[in-house]
Design a protein around this ligand. Sequence first.
Ligand SMILES: Cc1ncc(COP(=O)(O)O)c(C=O)c1O
Length: 369
Amino acid sequence: MIPFLDLKAQYSEIKPQVDAAILRVVESGQYVLGPDVAAFEERFAAYCDVGYCRALNTGTSALHLALLATGIGLGDEVITVSMTFVATTAAILYSGARPVFVDVDPVSWTMDPAAIEAAITPRTKAIMPVHLHGLMADMDPIMEIARRHGLIVIEDAAQAHGAEYKGRRAGSIGDIGCFSFYPGKNLGAYGEGGAAVTSDPALAQRISLLRDWGQEAKYRHVLAGYNYRMDSIQAAVLNVKMNYIEKWTEARRTVATHYDRMLSSSGLRRPMAPADGRHVYHVYAVEHPDRDAAIKALQASGIATGIHYPVPVHLQKAYADLGYKAGDFPVTERLAEQFLSLPIYPELQEKQVAEVVRELNSVRVPEFA
Ligand SMILES: Cc1ncc(COP(=O)(O)O)c(C=O)c1O
């Protein structure tokens, strides 16, 4: 049996430290924000190579507050991708703005910079690229277009802790970077968690206020805010995990090199990791033209798989009001039909990768569309 991910294996490695950290918080009587959260913010800001981190209750809240802090709201448009988790789109709608999708690049699977300018209108205020599966979007052209048109850039780095683009960390290139610490993420809490990072002190200050009911001092509300604060227990867990994040990320990258090597003659398209970038493999997906047969073959051998994501956001019933239709984003739609995510986590062994690849190779790969 090979699970899709194995959070219990990770817990067993850090159990004594995590148990002690949680107990310390329980005994402290400080359960929301506080010193554990402040310590985490300092460490995570340094890890992302930015001046400030504001810890929040979810990654979705990070996206929402990033939009509000940069002044985006009703009547504005935000350019993003449809090949993402729905939270990216939902956060834009929470702010009152309208998501405008562009297609992804067929090789990197991230926002196609060549598609951006045609989507810009007088109402466009921001671009929100998504670092899908842990590979950063092509940030140089995205930033160049944004600066030329006076647009904000908010990185959805929910899947990309520690990823790099030409030596620069995820979250440090745009105006604000947004992370999720949902348990299955590369850096996962034991519950919900998220963070917004920035090097702009004014934006950090606005996010601090907005996450805590807009309070400047107790019961003095200067902004209409939210309850988006991080729990102290989650910060305590994340502080322990910060000691391991680099080791775990390198272990993921090693698993990915095994997959890359063993799949090299499979005919399957695999993730493109540029030589000057650092892919952190939150997900290792392949494009499989006969995905159902592959899932069945793997399942029969006790190997779990995932699909990230089977229905692009523009074709989800919940977002039908946006007015998109099948055929609008051909690359996104093809990937949604062919993406197959293979098991990947730091503890996955080379021989288990070989088992996955053996089963995968037992399925004939038809011609790509
Ligand atoms: C690309 C992307 N954006 C945003 C989110 C939202 O994060 P959260 O679940 O912490 O709200 C997630 C993860 O769930 C994600 O994968």
